[in-house]
Design a protein around this ligand. Structure first.
Ligand code: CTP
Length: 401
């Protein structure tokens, strides 16, 4: 029994996949969890409250008020009761409401009030799932620290085939068990993470930058926080938001500013992960005024920026773990291993921007991790959230040594 005493609140929305939830409840109860369920009104068309109530031995809520006995059910209390709030199946409509803070039913009101970690398992037709609006909503929820249990690719109720099939109950159960077993592995540690690009000014309106979105660094920060670490996230310019209470966010623009912030926080960091795409060069001189156009060739002299990671590698003590990224378009493994040694790292994560679905801006990444012990860990294409989990597993294996 892996979930003894754990309180799991499940939110069921209107989707044909709701039929899987009674199976999930049985599995959770078998593992020792206490389960309560809140349902949207339309979900009762797919699975009955009576079935759910029988399996959970608890009343099922759909509206905040029981007109029979006058009881008011507080969304605040339910959110506070839960160790985890799992919204499954999560319809496109409910995902959109969650992403935008709408609370027109009890399930979404609890979502907004809940302090516990939130999981959501989308289930919908492939075109609805792939629609940019749904994908943007999912990305927004992930930026809040909510954890997606990604849908499977397969045959859908509509007869179409594609992504959108609710994950199987056994796999959802495993995701929750994994969560509880990992959630304390970084308790008491301080993790320093960098993310995003840096911008090096050419003049007051122009800069040298790169396409880094910051998504990988932010996913790492969220995952480290989820595992109990206190996190300092030093980020270059990005549109991403983070509202984790355990993350101290420091916004910087240039490589110089990033170096300063890293230097200030490095000594107290048990683990440092440099996921930022730091500019290697900056203009020797940034013009005071906007450079005017002319017919002549314009030459901008560039000088190297400080290699932050290399500097931290020199300072690192035996108690500290230092991880870097390598972005390579050729001789990938050889270059990554060279950086591992040259920068005195414990591990390096190789990103290949040329592989399908990886690199700047994507929500997925295909990584290979090289440990200084000589171990090589290769992973298939995964969400950046899952890649972050793999990276922290690898780091944790170094901590234990
Ligand atoms: N890095 C850094 N400071 C820099 C440049 C890079 O701290 N000025 C860090 C990155 O955050 C990353 C690692 O070094 O963790 C490798 O970055 P990458 O751009 O792949 O390699 P470089 O060392 O810049 O070498 P090259 O551009 O020649 O591949």
């Amino acid at each position: 029994m892996h979930l003894i005493g754990k309180k799991i609140l499940i939110g069921i929305t209107g989707s044909i996949a709701a039929y899987k939830i009674p199976f999930l409840i049985r599995l959770l109860v078998k593992e020792g969890a206490e389960v309560k369920v809140v349902m949207t009104p339309s979900s009762a068309d797919f699975v009955t409250p009576l079935t759910i109530s029988t399996l959970t031995h608890s009343p099922v809520l759909t509206i905040p008020f029981n007109s029979a006995d006058g009881t008011w059910y507080s969304h605040i209390d339910w959110g506070n009761w839960a160790d985890i709030y799992l919204i499954a199946p999560a319809s496109a409509n409910t995902l959109a409401k969650m992403a935008n803070g709408l609370t027109d039913n009890l399930l979404t009101a609890i979502y907004l009030a809940a302090r516990c970690p939130v999981f959501f398992a989308p289930a919908m037709d492939v075109d609805m799932f792939m629609h940019p609006a749904t994908q943007a909503n999912i990305a927004r929820l992930q930026s809040f620290g909510n954890i997606q249990i990604a849908p499977q690719v397969g045959e859908l109720a509509s007869g179409l085939t594609g992504a959108g099939r609710l994950e199987e109950p056994e796999a959802m159960l495993q995701a929750l068990i994994d969560y509880f077993s990992q959630s304390v592995t970084l308790q008491g540690t301080h993790v320093l993470i960098t993310a995003g690009p840096t911008y090096e000014a050419i003049d007051p309106v122009r800069y040298i930058g790169n396409h880094s979105s910051g998504k990988m660094g932010f996913a790492l920060a969220a995952e480290a926080c989820r595992r109990g670490a206190s996190v300092t996230l030093v980020t270059g310019p990005t549109a991403l938001v983070t509202d984790h209470q355990g993350i101290e966010r420091i916004d910087v623009i240039t490589a110089g500013e990033m170096a300063k912030a890293c230097n200030a926080h490095f000594d107290k960091a048990d683990i440092t992960i440099m996921a930022a795409a730091v500019a290697d060069y900056r203009p020797v001189k940034s013009a005071d005024q906007k450079i005017k156009k002319s017919e002549n060739v314009l030459t901008i002299d560039l000088e190297p920026t400080i290699d932050i990671l290399k500097d931290l590698g020199r300072r690192k003590t035996d108690q500290q773990i230092l991880a870097g990224f390598a972005l390579e378009t050729q001789n990938e493994e050889q270059n990554a291993l060279e950086k591992l040694g040259k920068k005195n790292l414990d591990l390096i994560i190789l990103n290949s921007p040329t592989a399908q679905g990886t690199g700047f801006g994507y929500d997925t990444n295909k990584i290979t991790i090289f440990l200084k012990t000589g171990k090589k860990l290769e992973f298939p294409l995964k969400s950046k959230q899952q890649a972050a989990s793999d990276i922290l597993d690898a780091i944790f294996s170094c901590v234990q040594k």
